[in-house]
Design a protein around this ligand. Structure first.
Ligand code: DGJ
Length: 335
C-alpha cells in the first residue's frame, strides 16, 4: 500500500475540516420563501438546529423550539425567533441538559419533540417534551415538563411522568380557543394515540385522558379550523419516512374519523421523505396553516432537514401539496 507523507495528511485533514465548517456557515441573502428539504440557515449563516419542533406566536414574534442534535446526541432544546417565518435568529438553548449524572435530564438521555405554550393565568411559558431517561434508550417513555418566565428561557426542568400511568413518547401540545390545553401522545409502545387535558397551570395531566385510536401512529400534529379538529400522524418506522394519515373530529375527545393520506405530489406516500411535527396557523392570514415535518438523517441527525408546506383545503378537507419553493403571499390577509 502506498504511504501518504505526514505533512500531506495534515494538510488534507485541515482542508477538509475547513470545507466542512465553511459548509455549515455561509452568508445568505435575505430569505423570502420556504425551500422544503434544502439546508436552512439562520440570520448568522449557521444551519438551523431545531428538530421535531413546534412554533409559538408570542407578542408579534414567532418562536421555533426544537431538538438540538449532534450527529446522534440529544443536546437540549434550541429556540429561534422570527417576525416573518423565513429568517430566524438563534436565541440559544431554551432548555439545557444537566451535567449532574443523577439528573433525569443528564446528557446521555433524550429530549425529543419539544413544544411550548404560554399560560396567561400563571404568566409562564410551559414546555412539554418526550423524555427518555439517561442510559435507557426508549424504555422510560415519559413526558417531561419545564417552565420559564421568559419565552426564550432558560427553562427550568420541573418533572417527568407517564400521564395517568400511560407510556408517553411522540407528542404535541394544543391550546384550544377556550384556553384549555392538551397533550396528545403515543402510548402503549406507540400502538395507542391518546389525548389528556392539562391542569389549569398547564404543568400536569388531569384524569380527562382518552384513547383517540389504536392505529400504531406517532408524530402527532393537530390544528383547529372553524369547529373541526384535524390531526396528522405518521406510522412507526423509526427515522424512516412512511405514509401520513389525517383524522378529523368535532370534539378533541373524539370520535376521530380516518380520512386518509393528506399529502399530494411526488413521494406523497412517504410524506415527501419527512415526518410530521407541528401545524402552525399563520397570523393575519385567513385559513392559513403551515405543515411542518422533519426529513430525518439518522446518520447525522443535526443535518436532518425541514419540510414546511402550505395546508390547503379541497372539499373542506386539508391537503398538503408538495412545493419546491413557496411563500406566504399565496394567502390573503385576514379581513
Ligand atoms: C420516530 C419518532 O417520531 C422520532 O421522534 C424519534 O423518536 C425516532 N422515532 C427514533 O427512532
Amino acid at each position: 500500500m502506498k504511504c501518504i507523507p505526514f505533512t500531506m495528511l495534515v494538510l488534507t485533514l485541515s482542508a477538509s475540516s475547513f470545507f466542512s465548517q465553511a459548509q455549515e456557515k455561509t452568508t445568505q441573502p435575505k430569505q423570502q420563501s420556504f425551500k422544503p428539504g434544502q439546508i436552512w440557515y439562520d440570520d448568522k449563516g449557521e444551519v438551523i438546529n431545531a428538530h421535531g419542533g413546534g412554533l409559538l406566536f408570542d407578542k408579534g414574534t414567532y418562536y421555533w423550539f426544537g431538538e438540538k442534535r449532534g450527529s446522534s446526541a440529544s443536546e437540549g432544546v434550541n429556540v429561534y425567533s422570527s417576525k416573518d417565518l423565513y429568517t430566524w435568529k438563534n436565541e440559544g438553548l431554551a432548555l439545557a441538559k444537566s451535567n449532574d449524572p443523577t439528573s433525569e435530564i443528564a446528557t446521555n438521555g433524550l429530549m425529543e419533540r419539544p413544544k411550548v405554550i404560554y399560560n396567561p393565568k400563571t404568566k409562564q411559558y410551559v414546555m412539554w417534551f418526550h423524555l427518555e431517561l439517561p442510559g435507557q434508550g426508549y424504555k422510560a417513555a415519559r413526558a417531561g415538563v419545564a417552565v420559564s418566565d421568559k419565552v426564550t428561557g432558560p427553562f427550568k426542568y420541573v418533572k417527568s411522568f407517564r400521564p395517568n400511568g400511560h407510556m408517553s413518547r411522540d407528542m404535541t401540545l394544543f391550546v384550544d380557543d377556550d384556553g384549555s390545553a392538551y397533550h396528545i401522545y403515543s402510548a402503549r409502545e406507540n400502538y395507542d394515540l391518546r389525548l389528556v387535558k392539562l391542569t389549569d397551570d398547564y404543568l400536569s395531566a388531569t384524569t380527562q385522558d382518552t384513547l383517540l385510536f389504536s392505529n400504531h401512529r406517532e408524530a402527532p400534529a393537530l390544528f383547529r379550523k372553524d369547529n373541526k379538529y384535524y390531526l396528522i400522524t405518521s406510522g412507526c418506522t423509526g427515522w424512516a419516512p412512511n405514509q401520513a394519515s389525517l383524522h378529523v373530529a368535532q370534539s378533541l375527545f373524539g370520535p376521530w374519523k380516518l380520512v386518509g393520506d393528506p399529502m399530494q405530489g411526488p413521494l406523497a406516500d412517504k410524506t415527501y421523505g419527512g415526518q410530521s411535527t407541528y401545524i402552525q396557523p399563520v397570523q393575519g392570514k385567513r385559513n392559513a396553516f403551515i405543515f411542518m415535518a422533519d426529513k430525518w438523517n439518522p446518520k447525522d441527525l443535526k443535518d436532518s432537514r425541514y419540510l414546511w408546506l402550505p395546508v390547503t383545503f379541497e372539499n373542506q378537507q386539508p391537503v398538503v401539496e408538495w412545493q419546491d419553493e413557496w411563500n406566504l403571499t399565496r394567502w390573503k390577509a385576514q379581513e
